[in-house]
Design a protein around this ligand. Structure first.
Ligand code: NAD
Ligand code: TYD
Length: 334
């Protein structure tokens, strides 16, 4: 099988590319990524010279390019997106462009290529925000996105479903909860907490820190997508979650404990605008129908993740200093 992976230089996409090439020795990956601030070729360093991995620097909104690439592959697995809620609050234009127009451009390419198999990677944030006593999100939860990020992802999900119903495009969608693990860009909560502490900086906790997220190790997410692209039913959506509901403050305290620090490192700061209170996922469908469930507990995963950031200081220090951009400029010029 030959896969076109979009956004494969980002956090989850690069983990997925490594996972697929390791799991399937005869699979090939064409990796299309625009290398925005979130894309980092250092995430793919181990694959330099691997003939089963072809990196293409390009934009998913570039119709000519994606039309050409779509003709070369058996499936598109679509990760590329603007993914950070805080950035979408400051300026949402890139979110609409990449997440909505980019997804539409890929869907058109898949249609033209002869109704190519298409897996769309989405988020649980499209379902909105839960109260403490509400049932977790499931595949039948109505959409209620509340940030420009989640609204643009919701738009992309609707387009993917529309191409299934209107054009019979063989699609699947996954809506996953918050991921963490290796190559997690240090603007997001978990890598920010770990790297700030390692640099001797305080941890900014938004509002009261009592917001709840369901955390899933990125490797479990990669296995879920693998399961869906091989066994998923065309036209279906699968909710993917980690059984790992935690408040932000619990996350922070766990990491403080792992790094032997006290709570004086916490700094409560102004809350995020429109901050969603709680996300939680009911993943019974993928569990019962496809046999997937998370294998990595939060306790195990967070310990491994802290250890990964300790062992890969130059990776995140390059990001925090901006050095990683020089690395990919150098690589790309070759
Ligand atoms: P990320 O921000 O780390 O990576 C996004 C990648 O997409 C980057 O490599 C970037 O260069 C690339 N990209 C951005 N715009 C592009 C464009 N126009 N053309 C080509 N490439 C472009 O994101 P992530 O956290 O790895 O998330 C990947 C996907 O998974 C996203 O679709 C996101 O919505 C979804 N998701 C993320 C999480 C999470 O916790 N991070 C949870 C559920 C779903
Ligand atoms: P984040 O990692 O940005 O993911 P998302 O907003 O997509 O869930 O944030 C996770 C939670 O942590 C969210 O409730 C916001 C909060 N948060 C902080 O309290 N401080 C921070 O510095 C960041 C980045 C996030």
């Amino acid at each position: 099988m030959k896969l076109l992976v979009t956004g494969g230089a980002g956090f989850i996409g690069s983990n997925f590319v490594h996972y697929i090439l390791k799991t399937y020795p005869d699979y090939e990956v064409v990796n299309l990524d625009a290398l925005t601030y979130a894309g980092n070729l250092e995430n793919l360093k181990e694959l330099e010279g691997n003939p089963r991995h072809k990196f293409v620097k390009g934009d998913i909104c570039d119709a000519d390019l994606v039309d050409k690439l779509a003709k070369e592959v058996d499936i598109i697995v679509h990760f590329a997106a603007e993914s950070h809620v805080d950035r979408s609050i400051l300026d949402s234009a890139a979110f609409v462009r990449t997440n909505v127009i980019g997804t539409h451009t890929l869907l058109e390419a898949a249609k033209k290529a002869g109704n190519l198999r298409f897996h769309h990677v989405s988020t649980d944030e499209v379902f909105g925000s839960l109260g403490a006593q509400d049932a977790p999100f499931s595949e039948t939860t109505p959409y209620d996105p509340r940030s420009p990020y989640s609204a643009s992802k919701a738009g992309s999900d609707h387009l993917v479903r529309a191409y299934y119903h209107t054009h019979n495009l063989p699609v699947t969608i996954s809506n996953c909860s918050n991921n963490y693990g290796p190559y997690h860009f240090p603007e997001k909560l978990i890598p920010l907490v770990i790297t700030n502490l390692m640099e001797g900086k305080k941890i900014p906790v938004y509002g009261d820190g009592l917001q709840v997220r369901d955390w899933l190790h990125v490797e479990d997410h990669c296995r879920a997508i693998d399961t869906i692209i091989h066994k998923g039913k065309i036209g279906e959506t699968y909710c993917v979650g980690g059984n790992g509901e935690k408040t932000n403050i619990e996350i922070v305290k766990t990491i403080l404990g792992l790094l032997c620090r006290d709570e004086s490192w916490i700094e409560y700061v102004e809350d995020r605008k429109g901050h969603d209170k709680r996300y939680a996922i009911n993943f019974d469908k993928i569990k019962n129908e496809l046999g997937w469930q998370p294998q990595i507990t939060f306790e195990e995963g967070i310990e491994k993740t802290v250890a990964w950031f300790q062992a890969n200081e130059s990776w995140w220090k390059n990001i925090k200093s901006g050095e990683y951009e020089k690395y990919y400029q150098k690589q790309y010029k070759k």
